[in-house]
Design a protein around this ligand. Structure first.
Ligand SMILES: Nc1nc2c(c(=O)[nH]1)N[C@H]1C(S)=C(S)[C@@H](COP(=O)(O)OP(=O)(O)OC[C@H]3O[C@@H](n4cnc5c(N)ncnc54)[C@H](O)[C@@H]3O)O[C@H]1N2
Ligand code: MOO
Ligand SMILES: [Mg+2]
Length: 407
């Protein structure tokens, strides 16, 4: 059976990230949170834009004050006051200083700032009690960034600091990748919507809700296609529609070996390349991955835990990579100590769901209590991590380190 690692490699190789010419849009900065930058950004400004003071104090000539001592202060004449936002009018000459504030423009003639706490002012005379370093507390024009260089690279997620940088560069809008479109459908004769009265044999289609929430959290646009009966004609029609309208199609159910599990056959009849139909993992063994010329297809298993686990493990990084993220789209595995004893039959790569608790500044994994059937979605609620037992590993003892996928 295909290993998780090989399944992952097959999927990741098949991803065609969004195009940085066609799949882009301009959005207002305040709407750009979590969006992915499509083109590198440069600025025509230097940062800082001009030499300025990093402290409230006095702008001085270093040569004047280098001999200042606590018992032998240097006395200078204050010739101008320079608050932030003011263009200095006076050149500082030997024996002179300017009162200056944090962020204010350095006056010509001065090269150093003495912080206020090291001075004493009497009318227009300033006493300096300690020698500063040359150019101390001066932020030079271009020290942080020089105009024309790359300010932000393409392919990064825009969050507080990046959006602040763009605002600082005078941008009102930013060019980002469009959101990937992800179609979601649920297959099964037993499925109904939450508002419907359950008849014997029926259950609510919870997968659609869980997966739509996850996909949306990942920044994608969701095309919800609802419930489709285990009927090859109806399924074929909706899947045909989905692949024409989405970058990624996710279905749940119908991928195992039962008589009503039609997904693989339909994919083949629609011309898909089916790369694999099962993976050596638990939960999630029946997992179909197929490609069409313009879309990727994930046939996730119907069991609600299996559907979410395979979505976290495979679809989540796929959405991030396809969305244009250049780094960090892979799952994040942390090595932590397991508080609980974890077991596996050793034949499958096994994912155990549970919670990471912060204990003395380090994470500890606690397996979810209760029935861990892959049909029991209730057991997954309030968890935030999947511990991974590789093939061959039958036991993780309490206190042993284990890799976990943080959710
Ligand atoms: N003979 C075998 N039978 C099964 C195998 C196997 O290897 N050999 N694998 C089992 C495993 S593991 C899983 S997982 C399931 C996967 O089944 P399907 O993907 O074909 O899904 P269904 O048969 O349609 O449904 C399975 C299960 O999940 C419930 N379900 C389905 N859709 C939803 C939904 N949208 N919301 C909530 N629950 C849903 C459905 O009612 C079933 O109980 O196959 C095993 N069988
Ligand atoms: O793998 Mo199934 O995915 O155990 O329930
Ligand atoms: Mg089935």
């Amino acid at each position: 059976m295909l290993s998780v690692r090989d399944a992952e490699a097959t999927i990741f190789n098949a991803i065609q990230p969004l195009d940085n010419q066609q799949d882009i849009e301009f959005v207002d900065l305040l709407m750009a949170n979590n969006r992915i930058l499509a083109t590198p950004v440069t600025s025509s400004f230097d940062f800082p834009h001009w030499d300025n003071s990093a402290m409230d104090g006095y702008a001085v000539r270093y040569a004047d004050v280098q001999q200042a001592r606590a018992n032998k202060p240097i006395i200078l004449t204050v010739v101008e006051e320079i608050p932030a936002g003011y263009q200095p009018q006076v050149t500082i000459k030997p024996g002179e200083a300017a009162r200056i504030f944090t962020g204010a423009v350095m006056p010509t003639g001065a090269d150093t700032v003495v912080m206020q706490e090291k001075t004493h002012q009497e009318e227009n005379r300033i006493f300096i009690f300690a020698a500063p370093q040359l150019e101390e507390f001066v932020r030079r024009k271009g020290d942080f960034y020089q105009a024309g260089k790359q300010l932000l690279p393409a392919g990064i997620s825009l969050n507080a600091s990046e959006i602040g940088v763009l605002a600082g560069a005078g941008r009102e809008q930013v060019c980002v990748f469009r959101r990937p479109r992800v179609a979601i459908l649920s297959s099964g004769n037993e499925l109904v919507m939450p508002e419907e009265m359950l008849k014997p044999g029926q259950i609510v289609d919870s997968n659609q809700y869980a997966l739509a929430t996850l996909v949306r959290e990942l920044g994608a646009e969701v095309l919800l296609l609802g419930i489709v009966k285990d009927d090859p004609t109806a399924l074929k029609e909706i899947i045909d529609y989905a692949i024409a309208n989405a970058d990624i199609v996710i279905s749940t159910g119908g991928v195992s070996v039962g008589d009503y599990d039609y997904i693989d056959k339909i994919l083949v009849s629609l011309g898909a390349k089916v790369h694999f139909s099962s993976v050596q993992m638990r939960p999630g063994k029946p997992l179909t991955f197929a490609t069409f010329p313009n879309s990727l297809y994930f046939g996730l298993p119907g069991n609600p835990v299996s559907g979410l686990v395979t979505c976290w493990r495979f679809v989540q990084p796929t959405i991030k990579k396809l969305a244009g993220l250049s780094k960090g789209w892979e799952g994040k595995f942390l090595k932590v100590r397991s508080h609980s004893e974890l077991q596996s039959n050793g034949k499958m790569e096994t994912y155990v769901w549970g919670k990471l608790h912060l204990v003395n500044g380090g994470y500890q994994f606690h397996k979810a209590e209760g029935n861990d059937s892959s049909g029991n979605l209730i057991n997954l609620a309030q968890t935030n991590a999947l511990a991974v037992l590789p093939v061959g590993k039958t036991l993780v003892y309490s206190g042993e380190e284990v890799f976990v996928l943080q959710l």
